[in-house]
Design a protein around this ligand. Structure first.
Ligand code: DX5
Ligand code: ZN
Length: 239
């Protein structure tokens, strides 16, 4: 019998039940007490943990590698949403899949052959996301849109946490929402906080990455809950 792998099962359950999700970004957590910070947001109800991988080439910063993800994997049941801000994503897909990622997102700007990257990620039983930088148009991913599980719209230039939200990208969110299927997720990343989450939700985002506005707050659990409520309220209240 071919039982589906754990990653596949997680992916299916996760993607079929569409609801708004705030995904805390580990980048803003306290690396001296990483496991504790992860447990705090998971207890508060977080289902997705966003993991930012930077290579110092595609973005002018370095973060962490698959070792940190592997260390956290046995400690958490959250969906591990790995955001590769790196060149040559296909080369590293296996390492990030084996470390315990449930979904791997690559940047369209790093490749001329996105189909090959998608196949390589799927080969390792992970769901696939594609990301576009603030200046990258929706048409750059048109040809592969139906092949991915998630589109990540960057609302800051990738590389650092704590930057200001670029509201112009919301027009791309609206275009994408209209073209994407119900089983695909639309994620936004950068500058999401109490003042920006409602506009993103109304534009059609269903997954909101938030680093500074959760982990750098005195009470990260309360900050997570507040953001989730703001997003839900934004789509249930008439404008
Ligand atoms: C930026 C990263 C983000 C970052 C967001 O390059 O991709 O995920 O952690 O941080 P905040 O929420 O602080 O803007
Ligand atoms: Zn990210």
């Amino acid at each position: 019998m071919n039982e589906p792998s754990r990653n596949e099962a997680d992916r299916l359950t996760d993607l079929k039940s569409k609801k708004l999700r705030v995904a805390p970004s580990l980048l803003a957590a306290d690396f001296r007490r990483l496991e504790e910070h992860v447990a705090i947001v998971e207890r508060a109800g977080a289902e997705v943990l966003h993991l930012d991988i930077m290579d110092g080439h595609f973005v002018p910063n370095l973060s962490f590698g698959p070792g940190v993800i592997a260390q956290l994997r046995p400690e958490s049941k959250m969906f591990f949403d790995t955001h590769l801000m790196i060149e040559e994503p296909a080369r590293y897909a296996e390492a990030f899949a084996n470390a315990g990622s449930n979904l791997i997102t690559f940047h369209i700007e790093v490749t001329d052959n996105p189909g090959e990257v998608i196949d390589e990620i799927r080969k390792h039983s992970c769901a696939v996301g594609v990301s576009i930088n603030p200046a990258t148009e929706v048409r750059s991913i048109e040809a592969i849109l139906e092949k991915v599980d998630l589109v990540l719209v960057m609302s800051v230039w990738p590389g650092f946490g704590g930057q200001s939200f670029i509201a112009d990208v919301l027009s791309k969110v609206e275009q994408l929402r209209d073209r994407m299927r119900d089983d695909q997720r639309l994620e936004i990343d950068g500058g999401i906080g109490p003042k920006t989450i409602a506009s993103a939700a109304r534009a059609g985002v269903d997954t909101f990455v938030a680093g500074t506005s959760i982990f750098e707050q005195p009470d990260p659990a309360a900050a997570f809950e507040k953001l989730t409520q703001f997003a839900q309220k934004a789509i249930s209240t008439p404008i």
